[in-house]
Design a protein around this ligand. Structure first.
Ligand code: SF4
Length: 431
C-alpha cells in the first residue's frame, strides 16, 4: 500500500448532520494543515426525491448501513422543492446530483443541500456554472465536478478527437478519451479558479475498469483536489462488484482516492456494504462490526455451511458493533489454523459443531443448535468486551483440533464396526 496522495481537503455537512472530511494532507487555503481523512463511502438513492417519505426512509436506511454521504437526483423542480424537508429529517450529508438544468443546483443550494455535483458534459455554459459556484461559495458548499465518459460532448466527435488528442496519451489504450477528460476538466476548473473557488472534488468515471484506473491515475498527477472514485454503469451486483473492486482497489493501493461510490443496478444498500468491505479489507477504514471468516467448503463438509454462513452474517450484521472476528469452518482440517485469530469460531463435523471463544471450547452442539449457540456466544463475548472484561484478538489458549472420529462425528460407530481406523495423529493445516 502506498501512502495516500495529499490533497486539498473538502468538508461536507453541517453541525446537525455532522461533517465529513474528504481528502487532506495539504494545507487549507488559509494555511491550516490537514491530515488525510478516512476514505468515505457514498451512495445514491434509487427512488424519486419528490416522494419525500420514501426518500427519507431510503436515506436513513443507507446511513444506518454506514453511508457517509448520500446523493439524490433532482431532475425536476418538485425534487428540489422536496429537499428542504428531506434534509431536516436525515442525519447524513446530502449531495444534489445536477444534470442539464443549472437552476436545479441553485434551488438545491437554497433548500439547504450540503454539496452539489455538476457534470461538465451537460452544464457547460460558463455564466451558468459561475452562478452555481457563487451560490455555493456564499454558503460554503463544495462542488464535485464529475466527467463521466458517457456524457462528455466531444465523444460524439470521436475520430477527430482521437487524432488531435490521442497522441498526448499514446501509451494508454484509452489515450483519446483520457485526453478529452483531462482537457474538459482543465477547461471547466478554469471557471472555478476564476471565481477563486477551490472547494472541489473530481470524478472521472467510466464503465471500463482499466479506463477508470488510467483516468484517475492521470488526473491525480495534474490536480490536487480530492478524488471521488467510481465505475459508472458497472452493471448488476454480481459482475459490477468485480468491475468496481478491480478498478477501485487498483487505485486505492496506490494511494489514489478519497471517497468512493460503488454503483450497482440493485438496491444501493449493497453499494454501501461492499464499499465499506473494500475499505476494511484494504485497512483504509476501521472495521465496525463482525469480520467474518468462512471456509469455501469442499467434499469434507457434513453440515449446510452455506446457509449457516449467510445466517451468521445477516444476524450478526444487526447486532454486533465491536469488530470481533468470527470463523465458520466446515471441518477441522484447516479450521484451527484458518480460524486462529478468531474471537469466536465454530468447526463443523458430522451434523455437529464445536464452538470456541478465544480458543476455549465452550460447546459441542448438533447442527440445528449451531446458529443460536454461536450467536449467543458472540453476543456474550461482545458484552464482555464492552464491559472491559475481554479484549478483541486476545487468544487465551491454542485451539487443539478436535478428534474427527469422536466428538465431532459419529465416527465411533464406524470404528466400532471395524470400518475405519482412528488415525494416530491428525494433520492440521493441509487440505
Ligand atoms: S477442508 Fe474443511 S475447512 Fe477446508 S474447505 Fe473443506 S470443509 Fe472447509
Amino acid at each position: 500500500m502506498l501512502p495516500r496522495r495529499p490533497t486539498r481537503q473538502v468538508v461536507v455537512g453541517d453541525s446537525r448532520v455532522g461533517f465529513v472530511r474528504i481528502g487532506g494532507g495539504l494545507p487549507m487555503r488559509d494555511g491550516t494543515p490537514t491530515e488525510p481523512a478516512p476514505v468515505s463511502v457514498q451512495t445514491m438513492t434509487a427512488g424519486y426525491t419528490h416522494d419525500i417519505e420514501a426518500c427519507v426512509r431510503e436515506i436513513n436506511k443507507l446511513a444506518a448501513a454506514g453511508a457517509d454521504i448520500v446523493r439524490v437526483a433532482v431532475p425536476e423542480k418538485k425534487d428540489t422543492e422536496a429537499l428542504r424537508e428531506i434534509i431536516q429529517r436525515v442525519r447524513v450529508p446530502i449531495v444534489a446530483d445536477v444534470h442539464f438544468h443549472f437552476q436545479r443546483a441553485l434551488e438545491a443550494i437554497e433548500a439547504g443541500v450540503h454539496k452539489i455535483r455538476l457534470n461538465p458534459g451537460n452544464i457547460s455554459d460558463r455564466a451558468q456554472v459561475a452562478e452555481v459556484i457563487r451560490a455555493c461559495k456564499a454558503k460554503g458548499l463544495p462542488i464535485r465536478v464529475g466527467v463521466n465518459e458517457g456524457s462528455i460532448i466531444e465523444r460524439r466527435d470521436k475520430q477527430k478527437r482521437m487524432k488531435e488528442l490521442g497522441a498526448v496519451f499514446s501509451q494508454h489504450k484509452h489515450g483519446y478519451m483520457l485526453a478529452i477528460m483531462i482537457a474538459k476538466l482543465e477547461e471547466y476548473l478554469d471557471v472555478f479558479y476564476e471565481e477563486d473557488f477551490y472547494d472541489v472534488t473530481i470524478s472521472a468515471k467510466s464503465m471500463d475498469a482499466a479506463m477508470v484506473v488510467d483516468a484517475y491515475t492521470e488526473i491525480s498527477k495534474r490536480f490536487d483536489h480530492p478524488l471521488h472514485l467510481g465505475v459508472t454503469h458497472a452493471g448488476p451486483k454480481e459482475t459490477g462488484c468485480i468491475r468496481s473492486v478491480a478498478a477501485l482497489s487498483g487505485l486505492l493501493v496506490n494511494g489514489i482516492g478519497d471517497t468512493i461510490r460503488i454503483s450497482y443496478a440493485n438496491d444501493p444498500i449493497y453499494e454501501v456494504q461492499d464499499g465499506l468491505e473494500l475499505l476494511y479489507s484494504l485497512g483504509l477504514r476501521t472495521r465496525k462490526g463482525v469480520d467474518l471468516i468462512a471456509c469455501p467448503t469442499c467434499g469434507r463438509i457434513q453440515v449446510d455451511l452455506f446457509t449457516l454462513v449467510q445466517d451468521v452474517r445477516t444476524q450478526l450484521a444487526d447486532t454486533v458493533t465491536v469488530p470481533m472476528k468470527v470463523a465458520v469452518m466446515g471441518c477441522i482440517v484447516n479450521g484451527p489454523g484458518e480460524a486462529e485469530g478468531a474471537d469466536v469460531a465454530v468447526f463443523a463435523g458430522d451434523r455437529r459443531g464445536i464452538i470456541y471463544v478465544q480458543g476455549e471450547k465452550v460447546a459441542n452442539v448438533p447442527e440445528a443448535e449451531i446458529l443460536p449457540r454461536l450467536l449467543a456466544e458472540c453476543m456474550g463475548f461482545q458484552d464482555r468486551v464492552l464491559r472491559g472484561e475481554a479484549k478483541l484478538g486476545e487468544k487465551k489458549v491454542e485451539i487443539t483440533p478436535p478428534d474427527p472420529l469422536g466428538e465431532l462425528g459419529s465416527g465411533w460407530e464406524r470404528v466400532a464396526a471395524g470400518l475405519v481406523e482412528k488415525p494416530a495423529t491428525l494433520t492440521v493445516g493441509k487440505t
